[in-house]
Design a protein around this ligand. Sequence first.
Ligand SMILES: [Zn+2]
Length: 178
Amino acid sequence: MQQIYLNYCQMCGKKLFLNDNRSKYCLKCNFYYYSFPTACVVLLLYTDSGDYLFIERSKNPDKGKLDFPGSFIRVEETAEITCKRVAFEEISLSNLDLEYFGSSHDYYGNDKNIPIISLLFTSKIDDSTIKRISPKNDASRAIFLSKKQVNNSKLAYASMIGEIEKLENYILGKKASS
Ligand SMILES: [Zn+2]
């Protein structure tokens, strides 16, 4: 995977020169571009019976594939605000009691060449919350699946496999300690 996906300077439009593995350089602006990932939030919501909430993506990239509700973090947002926005925009939920659950990295786009870092947030959702779920915008459907029911080839992102694994262990640990 190439470290810097930009080929042209975002300020002047000149072609960038490769400086090293992790940076490119604009001769005109004297500016280095480093390979920083774009930040996203991902909502990992699960039911009492251990099913996970997936959405079917309504748009490309990866239209028709399974994803978790999520969004890029906008410039003016904190991750927590993005969580509130995406819960409302994609599945019509508000007032989720979310807990930070770590991060994972992956690549976005038609060519999967834009590096992203996903901040993961999780919450158990009860029956009354599940009834209020109404998919919209980037989500054409809301689907509940157990880990066993997930077909990895239907997932929009490879990192989701590790996220499901981590969540499964977390839920099992919670059950064992309660
Ligand atoms: Zn430039």
